[in-house]
Design a protein around this ligand. Structure first.
Ligand SMILES: Nc1ncnc2c1ncn2[C@@H]1O[C@H](COP(=O)(O)OP(=O)(O)OP(=O)(O)O)[C@@H](O)[C@H]1O
Ligand SMILES: [Mg+2]
Length: 446
């Protein structure tokens, strides 16, 4: 028997993953009738929790994530502080992330069948469309861009649902990637060219990233690979990749051209909305396999991970929760955007259904969901990477973040004047910028 550690309203069970920013646990909590619920708890690593600016940035970004309610987006319940620790409680998706599934495909030397790739892609496009078109209470667009659409953030449930995770927390995570010199993280692999160039992003950046994920599902290899981070950034910037049908000759041409359109180097040549991608993939799926349903994907995932599923179930049975849990559930730092009936307020660490109150009223939440939220496209300071017109103008690549955080990173300096907003740029200008000579400097050497 293992004793589950309590964190806020949750009892931590097994650790699902461990990353540079957080540890992820499966956790148990109870509702008012004493029914148990499994959630995912992402506990911020201690050294990051000491940094007020990082925490503030995470709070701001979790507020955006907390606003998104869509069947293809993993719900964020709370960003809380309890027992001196910070953590995010979110919907637990009982399944495997696409990174693990693709790894299995590579081991088996078989790509995902195009029908599964189309279904996963269509579900992700639906999630992205919901985010891209989300508005605040006054109806103004929140202009959310995920920025980190990548296999590890896409979870395929054993029951066949597909959910996108880490909305809003993407930027904080990416900054971590950049601080690791010499390590090629999957994140760079799935960036859009404009992201690799450090330009202002709009929703079409996520469409490119979704194209990279589609490509990898269809071929089992990512479209852009290199032996160095710089090399990878150049590959992504140029958006040149091997044709899907050269790798998988029998791939249906329709899904190849949908993927190619997502992966157009110029934003103007891509699908202009995630909804268009959703419709194209759904129509392909209807045409090739009209009876396809989510249970097909569920079976596929369960078949590939049957031994792991057994192990996970056995592991969960080993945990016991404390008979007398603490009633100190801490403070939800994003409760003001979640409203009075938020799910988290029904969660309790007590198995007998005893409900608990936040230990403190929310006192220090700077910024509202519709102000200064760092996932907004029109946030002047949102980019981590600085682009200058010439190397002489290169001052620093530490960018002031809305929460006051300065982040170091890699800078790509190109010959084109690119500061300022780039939105809905005509194709030919976009092309020109992409074709400009690029000089890459690593800002960390400064
Ligand atoms: N809500 C969730 N439900 C189930 N599993 C999850 C959930 N969130 C994350 N995971 C699992 O934990 C893994 C690690 O997640 P985490 O977000 O910490 O790292 P990452 O996705 O590799 O990188 P990033 O920090 O850029 O998102 C995921 O790939 C997934 O397998
Ligand atoms: Mg993630």
């Amino acid at each position: 028997m293992r004793r589950a550690q309590q964190l806020g309203r949750y009892h931590l069970l097994d650790r699902i993953a461990f990353g540079g920013m957080a540890e992820i646990y499966r956790a148990k909590t109870f509702d008012a009738s004493g029914h148990a619920h499994i959630v995912a708890v992402k506990r911020v690593l201690a050294h990051l929790a000491e940094d007020d600016d990082i925490i503030q940035m995470l709070v701001d970004e979790a507020k955006i994530a907390g606003l998104l309610k869509h069947p293809n987006v993993a719900r964020v319940y709370e960003f809380a502080r309890a027992h001196g620790e910070y953590f995010i409680a979110m919907e637990h998706v009982d399944g495997k992330d696409l990174r693990a599934i693709l790894e299995r495909c590579r081991q088996d030397k078989r790509p995902m069948p195009p029908s599964h790739a189309a279904y996963v892609g269509a579900e992700m496009a639906a999630a992205l469309h919901a985010a891209h078109s989300a508005t605040d209470k006054s109806g103004e667009s929140l202009k959310i861009v995920h920025r980190d659409v990548s296999p590890s953030n896409i979870i395929c449930a054993y029951a066949g649902e597909v959910k996108l995770c880490d909305f809003g927390i993407a930027k904080a995570t990416l900054s971590r990637v950049q601080t690791r010199t010499g390590v090629i993280k999957g994140k760079v692999k799935y960036m859009s060219p404009e992201q690799a160039l450090g330009r202002k992003l709009d929703h079409r950046s996520d469409i490119f990233s979704l194209g990279s994920v589609l490509y990898e599902m269809l071929t089992r290899v990512p479209p852009f690979t290199a032996t160095s981070e710089m090399g990878l950034l150049i590959k992504v910037r140029d958006a040149k990749y091997r044709r899907i049908s050269d790798i998988v000759p029998n791939v249906p041409p329709e899904i190849e051209s949908i993927t190619d359109k997502c992966l157009a180097r110029s934003r103007a040549n891509r699908f202009q909305s995630a909804d268009d991608v959703h419709r194209a993939l759904s129509s392909f799926l209807r045409g090739t396999m009209p009876n396809y349903s989510r249970s097909h994907l569920g079976r596929y995932v369960r078949k590939h991970f049957s031994s792991e599923i057994e192990r996970e179930l056995r592991m969960l049975e080993e945990y016991v929760v404390s008979a007398e849990p603490s009633s100190d559930v801490g403070e939800n730092l994003i409760s003001n955007v979640l409203g009075p009936n938020a799910e988290f307020s029904r969660f309790s660490p007590h198995a007998d259904g005893t409900q608990v109150e936040d230990s403190e009223a929310e006192t220090d939440v700077r910024g509202k969901c519709d102000q200064g939220a760092s996932t907004r496209v029109d946030d002047e300071d949102e980019e981590r990477t600085e682009i200058n017109a010439s190397p002489q103008q290169f001052e620093t690549n530490a960018i002031e973040q809305p929460g006051g955080v300065r982040q170091a990173g890699t800078a790509i300096l190109d010959g084109a004047p690119t500061r300022g907003r780039i939105r809905s740029m005509p194709a030919e200008i976009d092309e020109e910028l992409h074709n400009a000579p690029t000089l890459i400097l690593d800002g960390r050497r400064r």
